[in-house]
Design a protein around this ligand. Structure first.
Ligand SMILES: [Ca+2]
Length: 158
């Protein structure tokens, strides 16, 4: 992929992400929830590690390894919080099919939302007031021949 195209996509995502965060914050509807840890099932290399999905930089990203099979990215909010929205900024190597799951213990997972038409760009996933400590993006089917890649993930509560 050409660098110019990647840059253009990154700028668009940055603007969309910023606009979303600012408008929602200004209206007082949503609070960004602090993420204390992030883990993933795999990483393509150390420059594409899980931490790159929560560094506040839309120029960096997590990418899973290539190949078949499910991959996941999990965030830890440190304690149980009410979660209303999860925002995922997908890179071009996105998930066509994935679940947003929640958990109170990091072991037992509930499927909050299932998405089967995923694509690159900002996905705003509405949850109906789920209370959980952990959120996992469980990726089932790829949009590309590459891995799964997320630029940034954020969770919001009331
Ligand atoms: Ca990033």
């Amino acid at each position: 992929m050409k660098k110019a195209k990647i840059l253009a996509v990154a700028i668009c995502l940055f603007l969309a992400f910023s606009a979303l965060g600012l408008s929602e914050a200004a209206s007082g509807k949503l609070n960004s929830l602090a993420i204390v840890e992030v883990k993933a099932s795999s990483a393509e290399n150390e420059d594409l590690a899980a931490g790159k999905a929560i560094d506040g930089d839309l120029g960096s990203r997590w990418a899973s390894e290539y190949g078949e099979g499910a991959q996941w990215l999990m965030i830890d909010l440190s304690s149980s919080r009410e979660i209303n929205t999860v925002v995922i900024a997908w890179e071009l190597a996105a998930a066509l099919a994935y679940k947003v799951q929640t958990s109170s213990d990091g072991s037992n997972w509930n499927d909050a939302v299932e998405i089967y038409d995923g694509e690159a760009g900002i996905e705003v996933v509405a949850l109906s007031g789920v209370t959980a400590r952990y959120i996992r993006v469980y990726c089932l089917e790829r949009t590309s021949e590459y891995g799964y890649s997320i630029l940034e993930i954020a969770a919001y509560g009331n």
